[in-house]
Design a protein around this ligand. Structure first.
Ligand code: NAP
Length: 282
């Protein structure tokens, strides 16, 4: 097969750019896939300060890089540096996956929403995004990707509550009337009749207070997920499981969001399975 990235000299390079980046699990994730599929390539962590981002992105293709993931604090800034931005990334207002195309142009996409949906489909094979209203708690960058993906997948209504109401209002004005903004202090009410419930805040992460939303009216038919994956089992998920709901942890979203990048850069559709989970958790 012809090398799709001649500049990489047959050894494609990719990596994750963040500041800081040492905490990122992406290098372990991609290393697992590279080894598993016997691909001669590398995926490296790159700690890049914001003021150096443009220079680094300009230089990477010349050094054999075929793409990169971007993480905090660069996810928004890359939109103005890319030559082509996917509609999805533009609507979300952030990108996490860059591809350095052979024609020299940089393509920015956002795969968080894809990862979110793929994780729920894998975790609960009978889950249907169009089965009923979704309730999303939080309105940060991750919540925007979740809302975008749920709307694309046919969710009839998305109720959203956020501590800072203005951010939720912005999601409604960007994504349209299927989004309904609810009061933060009454977030429990939006669980009434919800088919899908999502914690998209950072509450419940190790070292942070748990997300405390009353679940008295949550139906046992609802599928509940948390974007937080440290710990894997958040108090929010435990409470939902106690009510009889099927729950899906956030690690799978991280694993699935990486798949489109790996496929574009290394030419192989990777599998998200328990071996990968173990490798990333190790
Ligand atoms: P972000 O843009 O900083 O948004 C943070 C969200 O958490 C906002 O809605 C914020 O509300 C809320 N929040 C923070 N502290 C709060 C508090 N004390 N009380 C109430 N609400 C609080 O972050 P993000 O990128 O959206 O990420 C959100 C979470 O998702 C993080 O834990 C991140 O690690 C996780 N995540 C996971 C994946 C995955 O693959 N599983 C992917 C992306 C993100 P305000 O607007 O009021 O500040």
């Amino acid at each position: 097969m012809a090398d799709p990235h001649p500049k990489s000299n047959g050894i494609p390079l990719a990596g994750v750019i963040g500041w800081p980046v040492a905490h990122s699990r992406s290098p372990a994730l991609h290393a697992h896939w590279l080894a598993r599929y016997g691909i001669r390539g590398y995926y490296v962590p790159m700690a890049v300060q914001p003021e150096h981002l443009a220079n680094v992105l300009h230089t990477l293709p010349q050094a054999g890089f075929v793409g990169a993931n971007v993480t905090i604090p660069h996810k928004e800034a890359v939109l103005s540096l890319a030559d082509v931005v996917s509609d999805r990334a533009a609507l979300i207002g952030a990108a996490n996956t860059l591809t350095f195309r052979p024609d020299g142009r940089m393509y920015a996409d956002n795969t968080d929403g894809y990862g979110f949906i793929a994780n729920l489909r894998q975790g609960v094979p009978g889950w249907r995004p169009d089965a009923g209203p979704a309730a999303v708690i939080g309105a940060g960058g991750a919540a925007r990707a979740v809302v975008c993906a749920l709307l694309e997948s046919g969710a009839p209504e998305i109720r959203i509550a956020n501590r800072t109401r203005l951010r939720a209002e912005r999601i409604r004005s960007d994504f349209g009337p299927r989004v309904i903004v609810c009061d933060w202090v009454q977030a429990g009410n939006m669980l009434d009749g919800a088919a899908t419930v999502v914690n998209a805040t950072s509450m419940g992460m190790d070292g942070r207070p748990d997300l405390r939303v009353p679940m008295d009216i949550l139906s046992a038919q609802a599928v509940v997920t948390d974007l937080v994956y440290t710990p894997l089992e958040t108090a929010f998920l435990v409470k939902a499981r106690d009510r009889g709901c099927e729950v899906v942890d956030g690690l799978g979203m991280l694993l699935h969001q990486a798949a489109p990048g790996f496929e574009r850069w290394f030419g192989q559709t990777p599998e998200v399975d328990n071996d990968l989970r173990r490798a990333v958790l190790a």
